[in-house]
Unconditional design. Sequence first.
Length: 315
Amino acid sequence: MTVANVGEFGLIDRVTARLAQGESCLLGPGDDAAVVAAPDRRVVASTDVLVEGRHFRRDWSGARDVGHRAAAANLADIAAMGATPTALLVALCMPADLDPAWAEELADGLGAEAALVGASVVGGDMSASPTLTIAVTALGDLAGRAPVVRSGARPGDVVALAGRTGWAAAGYTVLSRGFRTPRLLVEAFRRPEVPYAAGPQAAGLGATAMIDVSDGLLADLGHVAKASGVAVDLTREAFEVPRQMRDAAQALGVDPYTWILAGGDDHALAATFPATATLPEGWRPVGRVTEGAGVTVDGAPFSGTAGWDHFRRTE
């Protein structure tokens, strides 16, 4: 059985039958377009794409895992604006000989991740392609709050982190070396654990800037520093190296701080707060905003690659 046998509309029926719709979806799959509630009268939107061989491999991750990752990459961007995700639109381009069960399981993963934040997969598109590609657009609601942008950090602000970094990068390294354990690290690469609620929470408590850590903490904070016209200095001691990561790093000959500071795909949230603010629960201080430019660690440049660049590295 292949998607060519099932046909485009047959596959659409099989996939959409698996997708439950939440409260924000007023009209779901089946029409020319979906209708999604926008109580705030503003819609936060973000798009991300996953390409087989570049962002995922089917021999490393199951279809459900890929679905979770594809949804998480977009939902985290919405949370990083201080918004609550409401809906996902998914475009799937696939080889004609793909097993339709893979597409169905992908939909299960997308729907399950969206359900974590009360969002729905409300529609999308399908096409034939020699390269399996998943493009996701996420929509969100600000609930009356101002968006938290990258350009609001000011000297004296505290840099804080919600979520974990380095786990997915460690899992990627493990898989790329031909191993499947430690399982905890491999599963972190396959399915990120995103602190979605921390985004709106930080917005409500005065975060001055915020970003989703998708390409590496140093690289992403570099975007904040550039947009805000400031410098960021991180404190290495603020980052604990978990035992599983430390053991894997020793076995693989890797500095674990390369994973923690430069590794992406965990989708933690990094934000800046005024020095007088009380950090929300789940956020921990990891550095300071200062005068100047760029990102340093303990006052010095980080040795090594600062993060992911789509046009420099290949999987």
